[in-house]
Design a protein around this ligand. Sequence first.
Ligand code: GDP
Length: 216
Amino acid sequence: MSGAGVISSPPAYTKRRQANVLKIDQCEFVGSFFQLDQLPRDRRPQVAFAGRSNVGKSTLLNRLVGRRNLAKVSNTPGKTRSLNFFVVNNRFYFVDLPGYGYARVSKSERAGWGKLIEGYLRGSEQLAGLVLLLDCRRELTDDDRRMLGRLAESRLPALVVVTKADKLNRDQLQRKLRRVENELNLPAIAFSSLSGIGKNELLAAIGELVAAKPQI
Ligand code: GDP
């Protein structure tokens, strides 16, 4: 994988992940859901993606599945407050959660979709884990911590991804990864939708999340 040397996660972790890269053959948009009781109820595991607005979530999702506009399709204005479901390889779901922290949103609106996200993280039986995206040039926000807190309450695993890795030089990126890992006590993956750094590592980690989820 290009740029693997830049990633500062513990060696065992990186090696294990890259040995077993998940291959995405197929990904289809299923729907946008505004209420928890509308969500798909089948037994396929779900992997959710979260991050503040503009973190690069749509671009990352498109890059992971190798489709240019898949995530954008559902991200048209008015749909940004929904949980957007995609079925991958007909085997599991990617769930694109609303981006948070967008300044031009009213308090009540924010509270509404905060509830939707929190309800989902607390209550979804099929949730295998969360991919939390952090912009490499920004600090952690209270919203980011809140997401991880909810996840910990549900005892679910998190993958932390530092996005737009191409914006930092090698040393800056390593420092950022180390700081995030120390702050959160979780391994972090550097990702760039431009260069492709971190794609295989993230796919392998997602494959592990899905495989570890018991089908109930
Ligand atoms: P979202 O709001 O989290 O879905 O963010 P988008 O995917 O729409 O991306 C927000 C902005 O960041 C867009 O202008 C993207 O082109 C840019 N962007 C996304 N990923 C990357 C990346 O890996 N590198 C760089 N340099 N820019 C990126």
